[in-house]
Design a protein around this ligand. Structure first.
Ligand SMILES: *Cc1c(COP(=O)(O)O)cnc(C)c1O
Length: 432
């Protein structure tokens, strides 16, 4: 595809530089991944031309016969992948999926309870700078200082005290299994809705290497571009559909609506217009890929790699939040190494290693400085790297972090990073 080169050489060069950056650096941002060439092709394809407001068979526009086929294929595959009865594949992103769920189950002013952002939660779980903290009354639970795991004594006492209408489980920087069964117990005790946001571990859940929220949660949201390795986007699922039994949206027609109908309406027309049919097509491909046995092996290797990396760091006297990982995430507290998350991120970037600074639980520093970094293995595992490479990468990180002001050290690591990357190409050809 050389059209961009022909018609817009300026942008072509920008994309080229990004492609080289992706190739030449170690991508350790836990929320990123490399999609397959087939997904890139669909995401850049002709389906972007079609307007299709509505749902398959019920569109506001003509000419939707083939986009209907694509959306139905995505829905069917997603249902099969997670073993759910209901799926909506239209949310443009994970945040939009969450917003649609809130619009369905809550009224503005209702109380929600999610994991504190600085303890591994997400902006959309009630942060003051996000709609979720502005439209709703937000209560946060935390992790335990000793174990780094969700403190269920606190979850239970906050739930009893504040009676949230919805409890949100899951997060963005939580290295351990999300214990859906324990959240279920608490939600049941106070009659709250339970929402699982599996944006991060959804690929691991699909592959069976992380517990599934399906038996426990009323509703499940996810992104499609993190461990699930699809195009950038969001999804909403329910294990079982049921009638809406709360008073909020009393049926005018006399028929009680199903929750699935309310969720569909919250996405469109509630919050979005036309769906991104090119992305929905790419999602269908991603769900098809994730159903295969190779993906199960991939997901298992993501976790194996993260465990190797965590162990290496522990042996080099790093403070790993929760003492290890069950997932693709290793959260490192750098306080005992005398460097901030921000400074570490910057030095590592110079050495060709991309991580993000991250608050650690009970962090004394601001979100702009932070005491930690978050390291993730999904993208480097897609490149086929294994335990030997994990050990090398942990040692690169240690070298940079402990000598962050030394340019010679950084240049030396950078050339080793480049060599490693050259042995594990991402794509065989150029896709732009
Ligand atoms: C990434 C993430 C999201 C939001 O995804 P976007 O597509 O960036 O909007 C929501 N929730 C959690 C827990 C996430 O990690």
């Amino acid at each position: 595809m050389s059209y961009i080169k022909k018609v817009d050489p300026e942008l072509y060069e920008i994309i080229n530089r990004e492609q080289n950056r992706e190739h030449d650096t170690l991508e350790l941002i836990a929320s990123e991944n490399f999609t397959s060439p087939a997904i890139l092709e669909a995401a850049g394809g002709i389906m972007t031309n079609k307007y299709a407001e509505g749902y398959p068979g019920k569109r506001y526009y003509g000419g939707c016969i083939h986009v209907d086929e694509a959306e139905n294929l995505a829905i069917d595959r997603l249902k099969k992948l997670f073993g759910v009865e209901y799926a909506n594949v239209q949310p443009h992103s994970g945040s939009q999926a969450n917003m649609a769920v809130f619009m369905t189950f809550l009224n503005p002013g209702d109380t929600i309870m999610g994991l504190e952002l600085s303890h591994g939660g997400h902006l959309t779980h009630g942060s003051a700078v996000n709609f979720s903290g502005q439209l709703y009354n937000s209560i946060s639970y935390h992790v335990d200082k000793e174990t780094g795991r969700v403190n269920f004594d606190e979850v239970r006492s906050l739930a009893q005290e504040h009676k949230p209408k919805m409890i949100i489980c899951g997060g963005s920087a939580y290295p351990r299994y999300v214990e859906f069964d324990k959240f279920y117990e608490v939600a049941r005790e106070i009659g709250a809705f339970l929402m699982a946001d599996i944006a991060h571990p959804s690929g691991l859940v699909a592959a069976g290497v992380h517990p599934s929220p399906v038996p426990y949660c009323d509703v499940i949201t996810s992104t499609t571009h993190k461990t699930l390795r699809g195009p950038r986007g969001g999804i909403i699922m329910m294990g079982k559909d049921r009638e809406n039994t709360w008073g909020k949206i009393a049926p005018k027609s006399g028929r009680t609506k199903m929750i699935s109908e309310l969720l569909d309406s919250s996405v469109m027309p509630g919050m979005q217009g036309g769906p991104l049919m090119h992305i929905i097509s790419a999602k269908a491909i991603a769900f098809g890929e994730a159903i295969k046995d190779e993906f199960k092996l991939y997901a298992k290797k993501i976790v194996d790699n993260a465990k190797v990396m965590a162990q290496e760091f522990i042996e080099m006297d790093y403070d790993i939040v929760s003492g290890g990982t069950d997932t693709h995430v290793v959260l490192m507290d750098l306080s005992n190494k005398g460097i901030s998350g921000k400074a570490a991120e910057k030095a590592l970037e110079k050495a060709g290693i991309t991580v993000n600074k991250n608050m650690v639980p009970f962090d004394q520093r601001s979100p702009f400085i932070t005491s930690g970094i978050r390291v993730g293995t999904p993208a480097i595992t897609t490149r086929n790297m294994g335990s030997n490479e994990m050990k090398k990468i942990a040692s690169f990180i240690n070298t940079v972090v402990t000598d962050a002001d030394n340019d010679d050290t950084i240049q030396n690591v950078k050339s080793q990073v480049k060599e490693l990357c050259d042995s594990f190409p991402i794509y065989e050809e150029s896709y732009h």
